[in-house]
Design a protein around this ligand. Structure first.
Ligand code: A3P
Length: 298
């Protein structure tokens, strides 16, 4: 048991993963009881890798045939993406059995801890990863925001040290990333491995890649009609951040919806990390990722 970075809640070390106490019972129950269906789509990520963005993109891609016709009633304009694509471990408080197919569900669990039916069924997994330095800075801001504007911010150096030791929600980071990376190489039709940096660089190409992976490719007509660009704009940080649904209210975990939208930049770590922090993180990345020929842009 360890104190968490976020919200001072505790983390429990369970089978190689630090799990926040808020969701422990949901995790254990979903591990035992969740039955994946062949047409489920599961989004997985380490927190602060772009989960909310991917939830919005997946929801739009899957529902695009009717979404834009709904105009102002488009669910993404009325609800936070976490409401539309729930986490599996909230299944106790929401009846995921009644969600019409294809079910869009999410998890922050390590690959090794996924409920077995996710691996044995034909469901698809989309994983989004992010450079750990930006991810850490995003997590630090998130945790400070939860503390409140008036409160003393969390100590950056102390939080960084814990992150480097793998002690953060759903950490260690490198085990998270490598678990899905290795699995995606073995099962490329089942697991699509994405990087936040690449999504930012060329969102349209990645939207098409996602649709093809889900076996829902865009038709020529859709491309001509600009559906990809419509999805890109609908799910942009600027658009989502300024919607009333995302400015107000809280997620099922009890965190403010607004805390999930900040800068959305690549390389924001340069504004916060010292040279020695960067050196430490680069050394870890080299040690952990080097032998797998895996790296992040920095
Ligand atoms: P920053 O804190 O660096 O701005 P998660 O959804 O996994 O919690 O990740 C949150 C991070 O994704 C935050 O990063 C947030 O600003 C960014 N984000 C949220 N919505 C986004 C969007 N539509 N496009 C790009 N980035 C987005």
């Amino acid at each position: 048991r360890e104190k968490n970075l976020v919200n001072d809640v505790h983390l429990y070390y369970y089978q190689g993963c630090w799990i926040p106490d808020l969701i422990c019972s949901g995790v254990f129950s979903s591990e035992r009881n969740f039955m994946a269906r062949d047409d489920d789509i599961i989004l997985s990520s380490c927190p602060k890798s772009g989960t909310t963005w991917l939830k919005a993109l997946l929801f739009s891609i899957v529902n695009r045939t009717y979404l834009f016709a709904l105009a102002d009633n488009n669910p993404l304009l009325k609800a936070n993406p976490h409401e539309l694509v729930p986490f599996i471990y909230h299944s106790q408080s929401l009846n995921i059995e009644t969600i019409p197919p294809p079910r869009l569900l999410a998890t922050h669990l390590l690959y090794d801890l996924l409920p077995p039916s996710i691996k044995t069924s034909s469901c698809k997994i989309v994983y989004v990863s992010r450079n750990p330095m930006d991810q850490f800075i995003s997590l630090w801001h998130f945790s400070c925001k939860l503390k409140g504007a008036e409160a003393e911010p969390h100590h950056l150096e102390e939080c960084f040290d814990r992150f480097c030791r793998g002690i953060h929600a759903f950490g260690p980071f490198w085990d998270h990333v490598l678990g899905y990376w290795k699995a995606s190489l073995e099962r490329p039709h089942k697991i699509l491995f994405l990087k936040y940096e690449e999504l930012k660089k060329d969102t349209a190409t990645n939207i098409k890649k996602l649709a093809e992976f889900l076996e829902l490719p865009f038709s020529e007509d859709e491309e001509k009609q600009g559906v990809v660009e419509e999805i890109l704009t609908l799910c942009s940080l600027e658009n989502l951040k300024n919607l009333a649904a995302n400015k107000n209210g809280t997620t099922r975990t009890g965190f403010p919806n607004s805390a999930y939208f900040r800068k959305g930049e690549v390389g924001d770590w340069k504004n916060f990390l010292t040279a020695s922090m960067v050196e430490r993180m680069e050394k870890i990345m080299k040690e952990k990722f080097g032998k797998y020929n895996f790296s992040f842009e920095s």
